[in-house]
Design a protein around this ligand. Structure first.
Ligand code: NAD
Length: 331
């Protein structure tokens, strides 16, 4: 039996067999449930001293809390890789991991289709202000007295902020609905990959888009990147779709912009203080709300788990991580 171990934090639901097959390479340990305090005391007590790679499930932040500086500094010296299940990894302090030479991977690509499908679902729902007839029908009022006409996506200008894997999948789908596409990204895409989408400045995207889809990662420079000054310059009647991360939008400013009519409607899968939802969003029938279910399909959940395991296997076999996080690419 190998003296090296892998540690699963949280659960694997769809690729259990594939996880167990790693036992030919490594000893397999698990920390399924517990508390941050208990986890840290096990780390300090040496229970995981032979662990070279961690599989970190998406929901395990509920068990251990974020992998912040404190937790990263308690990880065993043997640890070389953290393979995280999730495209967003804002609950891992990557700089602290890099300082300790710990490689971190996430699960981009696998999430693109289901998250983009969710964005389109929210966009179409928001354009139609679908919450109103949804609620009225279930209340036995058929369309209801407050029912009003919505808007078509056709010929509208969609602004994609963050043209990575999900942003591109959103653009591809929106094109099929007859939308024009413009985008702003940290780095402009090669022209061959733009598929007709126009690269514009952040300001131009804010000023001219009919619908704005948020598809960028959350970090210190993108927190509240959409706040009062941005709402002020947007077109009257703009539609906002957020499937990225809640804190990218200043939620209080969004509430004001919805209440003033500046924003026609919003489709939100993510919130600033999940699972708490701003009461003014909850009470606003012009908002379509989902409880962070962007990747909640059988196919995508399995693909994500398999990609975490692919990263873990490749890393422990000495071939490096397959999908390292952006901050560590090329290292
Ligand atoms: N709702 C969900 O369930 C769900 C599912 C998957 C991912 N997400 C979120 O979606 C985000 C995007 O995922 P992805 O896989 O497309 O990531 P990605 O890394 O492929 O794309 C993000 C893009 O944003 C760009 N970017 C970063 N900072 C920017 C800035 N300040 N201005 C403009 N562009 C900027 C990057 O250059 C990159 O092209 C993730 O970080 C995650 O938080 C949410």
């Amino acid at each position: 039996m190998s003296s090296r171990a892998a540690l699963l934090i949280g659960k694997i639901t769809h690729a259990r067999k594939e996880w167990e097959s790693l036992s030919s390479l490594l000893q397999l340990k698990e920390y399924g449930t517990g508390s941050r305090q208990d986890f840290i005391s096990k780390l300090k007590g040496g229970d995981f001293n032979d662990v070279v790679a961690i599989y970190r499930s998406n929901d395990s932040t509920k068990v251990t809390g974020p992998f912040d500086k404190e937790l990263v500094s308690s990880l065993p010296a043997s640890l070389k890789y953290i393979c995280h299940n999730g495209a967003g990894y804002d609950n891992i302090n990557v700089a602290a991991c890099s300082e300790r030479n710990i490689g971190v991977s996430s699960t981009p690509l696998a999430v693109n289709d289901s998250t983009a499908d969710t964005a389109l679902f929210l966009m179409l729902g928001a354009l139609r202000r679908i919450t109103i007839p949804f609620q009225n029908l279930r209340a036995g009022a058929w369309r209801g007295s407050n029912f009003a006409l919505g808007h078509d996506p056709k010929n509208k200008l969609l602004g994609v902020l963050g043209m990575g894997g999900i942003g591109q999948a959103v653009a591809q789908r929106a094109r099929a609905f007859g939308m024009q596409i413009q985008y702003h990204n940290r780095n402009r895409l090669p022209e061959s990959e733009e598929q007709g989408a126009k690269h514009v400045t952040f300001d131009e995207l804010m000023r001219t888009s009919d619908v704005i889809s948020l598809n960028l990662a959350l970090n210190e420079s993108t927190r509240h990147i959409i706040s009062r000054p941005q709402f002020e310059i947007m077109k009257d009647g703009v539609v906002i779709v957020n499937t990225a991360r809640g804190p990218i939008v200043d939620e209080a400013a969004l509430v004001e912009a919805l209440e003033s009519g500046k924003v026609f409607s919003a489709g939100l899968d993510v919130f600033e203080d999940e699972p708490e939802i701003h009461p003014a969003l909850m009470g606003n029938e012009n908002v379509v709300l989902l409880p962070h279910v962007g990747t909640s399909t059988w196919e995508t959940q399995r693909d994500m788990e398999l990609l975490v395991l692919e990263n873990l296997r490749s890393a422990v076999e000495g071939k490096g991580l397959v999908t390292p996080v952006a901050e560590q690419k090329g290292k």
